[in-house]
Design a protein around this ligand. Structure first.
Ligand SMILES: [Zn+2]
Length: 165
């Protein structure tokens, strides 16, 4: 699915890599003749590409970014206590992934745009929630479940005084 470029950095070989708002990264190397991207070599034209979209196949494969960690979880919900908000279209915010863990019973998990699919989750099948992708759940057979939220852990080094304000 299409994800927005939020930043650029260089890998060990000095090839340019775009950081996407889903948490994934994608090479945007200038590699003629097959991948001519002369713009990536220039600071101003890189800046102009911030906010433009790239197709992210790692999102399509529902891969949680490798450097992500679980940082929060919901209480365990039953069919009686499932918040109405989870049963209707809703989504996590930019850069936040979710994992739906079913402890008992089954959960019907519907993913809307752009995937339009429905899966039945149980003890053996976890549901992956993609950032900003609308979805809803419907507990069945006395389901019990909780949702874990994952994000990129900030390293102590990243905490400049501005970030701490
Ligand atoms: Zn992605």
């Amino acid at each position: 699915m299409l994800r927005k470029i939020v930043a650029f950095h260089q890998d060990e070989e000095h090839h340019w890599v775009a950081a996407l708002d889903c948490g994934h990264a994608q090479h945007t190397r200038h590699d003629p003749p097959f991948f001519p991207r002369p713009w990536v070599l220039n600071k101003d034209s890189r800046a102009n590409h911030i906010g433009t979209s790239l197709d992210c196949v790692r999102c399509d494969r529902q891969e949680i970014p490798e450097d992500y960690v679980a940082y929060r979880r919901t209480p365990t919900f039953t069919s009686e206590t499932t918040p109405i908000g989870l049963r209707r279209h809703h989504s996590t915010k930019s850069g936040v992934w979710g994992v739906i863990n079913v402890l008992k019973g089954q959960l019907r998990y519907r993913i809307h745009e752009p995937y339009h699919c429905e899966v039945i989750l149980d003890q053996h099948t976890k549901g992956i929630v993609l950032p900003e992708v609308e979805h809803e759940v419907e507990p069945q057979n006395n389901a019990e479940f909780y949702i874990e939220f994952w994000h990129r852990e900030e390293k102590a080094d990243d905490l400049t005084p501005n970030n701490l304000a």
